[in-house]
Design a protein around this ligand. Sequence first.
Ligand SMILES: Nc1nc2c(ncn2[C@@H]2O[C@H](COP(=O)(O)OP(=O)(O)OP(=O)(O)O)[C@@H](O)[C@H]2O)c(=O)[nH]1
Ligand SMILES: [Mg+2]
Length: 622
Amino acid sequence: MRVIGTAGHVDHGKSTLVEKLSGINPDRLAEEQARSMTIDLGFAWLDLPDGETVGIVDVPGHRDFIENMLAGVGGIDAALLVIAADEGIMPQTREHLAILQLLDIKNIIIVLTKVDLIDDPEWLELVELDIGDLLSQWKLDDLPLVAVSAHTGAGLDDLVQTLQTVLGEMPQRVNYHQPRLPIDRVFVVSGFGAVVTGTLSGGALSVGDSIEIQPSGKTGRIRGLQSYRRKVDSVAPGSRVAVNVAGISSGDIQRGDVLTYPGQIQPTLLADAHFTQLSDMQHPLAHNAEVKIFCGACETLANARLLDADSLAPGSSGWLQLRLRHPVPLSRGDRFILRYPSPAETIGGGLIINAHPGRRLKRFQPQIIDELELRASGTPGERLALAARADAPQHLDDLQKTLGYGDEELSQALDEAMREGLIRRLGDQRYWAAESWQQAVQSVATELRIYHKQHPLRLGMLRPQLQSRLKVKLSLLDTLIENEDQLTQESNFVRLRDHAIKFSPEQSDGAGRVMQALLADPYSPPGIAELNQMAGENVVRALGDLRRLVRVNDSIAFAADNYDRLVSEIRRHIRESDEIDAKTLRDKFGTSRKYAIAVLEHLDSLGVTQRVGDVRKRGRNL
Ligand SMILES: Nc1nc2c(ncn2[C@@H]2O[C@H](COP(=O)(O)OP(=O)(O)OP(=O)(O)O)[C@@H](O)[C@H]2O)c(=O)[nH]1
Ligand SMILES: [Mg+2]
């Protein structure tokens, strides 16, 4: 399925040619017929000799209506650049050709029309020479040229044949299952409600599909579809289509809106773009200049921030960040045109590289320009990795949305990025750029290295403390520790794997004394204050981190083995007798009430036991 458009100077015979080819007068407005001039877009279609139906968008040539022209040429596959033989190249011949180039519409047929008006073959030759000059300025020397007359019919068969050849050589439209219909017309059919028309790209639409209109976000359903005035159940991308929408009133839709599947495209107020200015402009483009952007069928005011230049000379290219006055649904890869609002003038055009940069970019930053270049020209996998550069792993669905990849392209990009080690998979459907991963690991490691240096006798940093220092989510911190070899976690301490508590000979002696004291009187050991005096507070705390001793409260600690024996005996006793009290515990271990109570209160706090009156019963963590 294909859609073509006309282009060319006012009165050069575009609409007449369309009517002659299709039998449909594209000038449908009364005013157009009265003034015999096209004002707004006209639509027709034509059956090629090979049976394919080709949609036609007929545009106005008058300079006052060029913005209507821009709303129509967005989605076309090929253009007929119509040049009247009696006038030759005129200003909008040049401007329309420039716009086609900026929109990357490569397939153009030059239609030299009204040849019936020319008797002098030398004049025709002159006009053709002029055309040759214009085309070579654009390096388009190989474009086909067909001479016709819409009045006598001369050359029309040749034109249709050329069109069929040109379209036949184009690759088939890809169905990305992401239909996108830039709306160029909205009207009401009584009894049916709102109908919108446009040139469909990206995917097919079917009756019954749920749809969304952007930027309003209003949702509805497709009640009916027509393509070339025939009722159909579904339409393929690359056709003109009229969609009867249920659930949205026509007053809530306007030209420039986009119809898509729900959630597929988000409107944006900021877009990064590569831009080329036309070489015949009089002045350079200034930083922050107010411009009008045209993309798809939409237009809005914007400011063009120049990211890598103070001003952009005619004919040169650069990186822009567009700040849009109103939200517009843009995607990566969209072509756009910029014009000055007044006096109205086409400045140039370019390509949207990132439709959701999410932040104002700093100017003159080599790193930012590098990133934009990679986004523009990187392989699918490289671009995926770039999109996955973020504060946290990204869900695959979000990455797909950012990139505008179809399912197949996405899975290829994913394969490539994984194979090349550009991204890491973290949990279900979450991916993170290898670079972001490395940065996060680095920041954890640096934090820990500093901590270990300052606290050589601590086993590591407490997990919540580390989390609040780094300001990351706990789940992300856990993912990092789990997946990264150089990080490890013991009980609640996070540390570098190669960190260990190292005692000086003196500290080591102190530690020996502490452990000896704890073992000498296993169940009525000296208090912590006394232990601190023997070896220093640092060493006693380190023994705790190493779990050679276990503190049950601020003043009592046991050697770890003895503590374990106490706990397992309490567990066993409760399992057998359903409960235990302080007196029983005291007698079993030949200790005093003070120690027995301290141990039980400690186990209460861990949920191993649960105090009921004077006894302990089974706790939830027994
Ligand atoms: N002699 C002759 N006149 C033609 C031919 N094609 C168009 N015309 C006349 O040229 C005039 C303009 O034709 P249109 O088809 O309206 O021109 P257009 O390019 O659509 O004009 P806009 O849409 O306003 O830009 C009309 O009076 C046509 O009858 C042709 O092949 N030969
Ligand atoms: Mg016309």
